[in-house]
Design a protein around this ligand. Structure first.
Ligand code: COA
Length: 699
């Protein structure tokens, strides 16, 4: 796939300028200078030769075939050039030229025209407005970089050219090796999904990194990423936010969702590891590039000083990892080989004057222990020892115990440099700060968890589709895309949610009659298609205990609402069973422009409004997705039953989440939906949807 971009046998540089430091010239220079072994054709109608190579006025003047065109002519010449490429039968082009979508409406129109042409000609393109492509294993560099990155096993793609140049420069100083390096520019034709597919089975790529600003097709992205991440880690940094939030939102879920949560959910469900900064991207990349991922969560911290060990264990505490508990044999061994003031439990502190031999004996005991899956070796600089000797010990033992993930955190700068170089020679990543070492191992363990996660299909729940369709048609006929409360409740009831007993009463006397029938206490709620937030306008009364209270409440609700919302249409008042006991949660749906329906779960009341303690997943959801959503919120212990309170029916919540997922799969026209509150009753008693609201798309 995309073979001509990565392994072309012949390249034309179209716009190979004669003058040094013009971009087309520098690209040609890089192609030649890096030692590309195929044919190189400079294309320039004004030149006979460029950089010692015969130049051609156009690709059609070249006798042989051309696998890849690198286009570096001004924007207004690109149409003519792409037409010529088509005539020549070229099927792959990297377009460096700027002046397209990124530069305003005229550029956007130019890009649409260019895209139309490349589609018509079947020419795959990277760019425009990009920095080029590098394949170190093919000695191919079509960028205008200063210098060539070392070969390695990291593939990197980026929508930002500036990020590309910065990363390249950094890679050169840090000796980070790349397999492929791709600047995708405006992503006009080839985008992140094509690249994931191209890198999926690339034997030279062990880890895929990417910087992305937007995702064109969220569904295609998730599907591809899901497959690729099972084979190799994909670590992405996602900058910027989408325009998804532009539509006015009227639900809690809608206002909380946002593109950030959608991206996080989508990445999580497709196994993509997210880095939050460029620095983090490379912290993770280095570890994945050099070491095997841990077999399990247990990490041992091994240090010659207390402070770094404590810092690192704090980070372990907040991660997916856990501190390894050593076997008795290990502890006895450590006690024998280390001085009495050393710490023989995890973190192991060998104390400052530990020389290489003692360090070796102790570290080997830890590595041998079956309870240990990874080891972070920390070293603070000490005048008494040569740190390089310790680095050698770490390198040798890491090689001997290959199943254990070993990363280092030799602290310090200049003094440590020679030791860090020794570590690098053994392929041990070193982190100047112990926190980063833990984060790297944590990410690697997440990858382990992901690769071991069994693929699960969403369960199918049968809903009464006919009933929901009828509600939607009715709403559209009335011109109300935001459903009336009773209608929204009918929808969720059709998908298996129990509702409180509820009767619509148009008059005081019928309200009282209804209350007698339902049984006290009851709740009264104004019924109006014009009102979404009933409590805000005092349209709700709780805990009404007898006919008089109900009668008075009826009058005061109707009159009050009329006064507060002039011209409001009121259908009457809902008289409802008051559900008691249990806890209120919120279950919702919003629609993201990139990824589709997002399901939200959280505890109701202040937990959702003030603390925003909610979790999101992209529909459709599996049962384990639903469980993860529930367990992810900070207030989960309140559902599980904490401090003597009985456990609530979390299974019913998990099923409810899946039922909502089924509902939006069956009815994609749902734009927003809140079940708020959904009352979770004690274990075994289920959930009750007290209130619901929904907005649908026009038919
Ligand atoms: N086919 C091939 N070469 C042609 C040509 C044609 N039809 N028409 C003109 N050329 C030659 C020119 O003669 C010139 O060579 P010369 O200097 O030897 O005369 C060469 O192509 C370049 O054209 P020129 O007009 O000098 O443009 P330029 O080099 O100043 O700029 C770009 C061209 C593509 C670099 C510029 O338009 C651009 O887009 N710059 C920004 C690129 C960028 O930032 N990309 C994103 C990076 S992250």
């Amino acid at each position: 796939m995309l073979e001509h971009f990565f392994q072309p046998k012949s390249i034309a540089v179209i716009g190979a300028a004669r003058e040094e430091h013009k971009i087309g010239h520098d690209i040609l220079k890089n192609i030649i200078g890096y030692g590309f072994s195929g044919k190189i054709y400079p294309i320039n109608p004004k030149a006979d030769s460029v950089l010692g190579l015969k130049a051609y006025p156009s690709v059609n003047a070249v006798a042989g075939g051309i696998d890849l065109a690198v286009i570096v002519v001004p924007a207004d010449l690109t149409f003519q050039v792409i037409d010529e490429c088509a005539r020549k039968g070229i099927d792959s082009a990297v377009i460096i030229t700027a002046g397209f979508k990124e530069s305003g409406s005229e550029g956007a129109a130019r890009e649409r025209e260019l895209l139309e042409r490349v589609h018509r000609y079947n020419i795959r393109t990277i760019g425009p407005n990009c920095f080029g492509v590098i394949n170190t294993h093919h000695r191919l560099n079509t960028t205008f970089s200063h210098g060539h990155p070392p070969a390695g096993n990291i593939a990197f793609f980026s929508q930002s050219g500036a990020v590309c140049t910065a990363i390249l420069d950094w890679a050169l100083t840090e000796h980070i090796g790349f397999s492929k390096f791709i600047s995708t520019g405006n992503n006009m034709d080839i985008n992140e999904v094509d690249l994931l597919k191209a890198l999926e089975d690339d034997p030279e790529t062990r880890v895929i990194l990417g910087y992305i600003e937007g995702i064109k097709d969220g569904r295609a992205f998730m599907e591809t990423a899901f497959r690729v991440t099972k084979k190799k880690p994909v670590i992405l940094i996602k900058a910027g936010s989408s325009v998804a939030g532009a539509r006015a939102v009227s639900s809690h879920t809608g206002s909380l969702a946002g593109s950030e949560n959608a991206v996080n959910a989508a990445f999580r469900q497709s196994g993509v590891l997210r880095a939050n900064s460029l620095q983090e991207l490379f912290v993770f990349a280095e570890a994945f590039s050099l070491r095997e991922i841990p077999q399990g969560p247990s990490v041992a911290l091994f240090t010659n000083a207390g402070g770094p060990g404590i810092l690192a264990s704090d980070v372990v505490e907040r991660s997916n990892l856990k501190m390894a508990s050593f076997s008795k044999e290990t502890i006895d061994g450590l006690r024998r080989c280390l001085p009495p003031i050393a710490s023989i439990y995890n973190p192991v502190d060998t104390i400052a004057d530990t020389g290489p031999e003692r360090y070796r004996t102790a570290l080997e005991l830890v590595l041998k222990d079956d309870n240990v899956h990874s080891v972070i070796t920390m070293l603070a600089p000490i005048a008494l020892i040569d740190e390089r000797d310790i680095a050698r010990v770490v390198g040798e033992l890491a090689g001997k115990y290959k199943r254990k993930t070993v990363v280092a955190s030799f602290l310090g700068g200049l003094t440590m440099k020679p030791a860090v170089d020794v570590l690098a020679g053994y392929g041990i990543p070193n982190y100047r700060f112990p926190e980063n070492a833990v984060r790297a191992v944590d990410m690697m363990y997440r990858q382990r968890q992901w690769t071991e996660k069994v693929r699960e299909e969403p369960e199918v729940f049968k809903g009464d589709r006919g009933a929901v369709s009828a509600v939607f048609s009715r709403a559209r006929e009335r011109g109300h895309l935001t459903l009336a409360e009773g209608d929204a409740r009918e929808v969720v009831a059709a998908y298996g949610f129990r509702l409180p007993k509820s009767v619509l009463a148009a008059a005081r006397s019928s309200a009282v009659e209804a209350a007698e029938e339902i049984g006290y206490p009851v709740v009264l709620k104004v019924a109006s298609p014009d009102i979404l937030h009933k409590s805000d306008i005092r349209g709700v009364r709780l805990g009404l205990e007898g006919p008089d209270e109900v009668g008075r409440a009826f009058e005061s609700v109707v009159e009050g609402v009329r006064r507060r919302v002039p011209g409001v249409h009121i259908d009457g008042v809902f008289v409802q069973e008051m559900v008691q006991g249990g806890r209120e949660v919120i279950l919702g749906v919003s629609h993201d422009a990139q990824f589709g329906h997002l399901i939200m779960f959280g505890l109701g009341g202040i937990y959702v409004e003030m603390l925003k303690d909610v979790s999101f997943r992209v529909a459709p959801l599996t049962k384990s997705d639903a469980w993860e959503m529930v367990k992810e919120i900070r207030s989960y212990p309140l559902l599980k039953g904490a401090r003597g309170e009985g456990a609530l029916d979390v299974d019913a919540v998990v099923e409810g989440i899946q039922r909502i997922s089924q509902l939006v799969v069956d009815f994609p026209e749902i734009l927003e939906l809140d079940i708020n509150p959904l009352v979770v009753l004690p274990h075994g008693s289920g959930v009750v949807a007290i209130d619901a609201r929904a907005t649908i798309a026009p038919g």
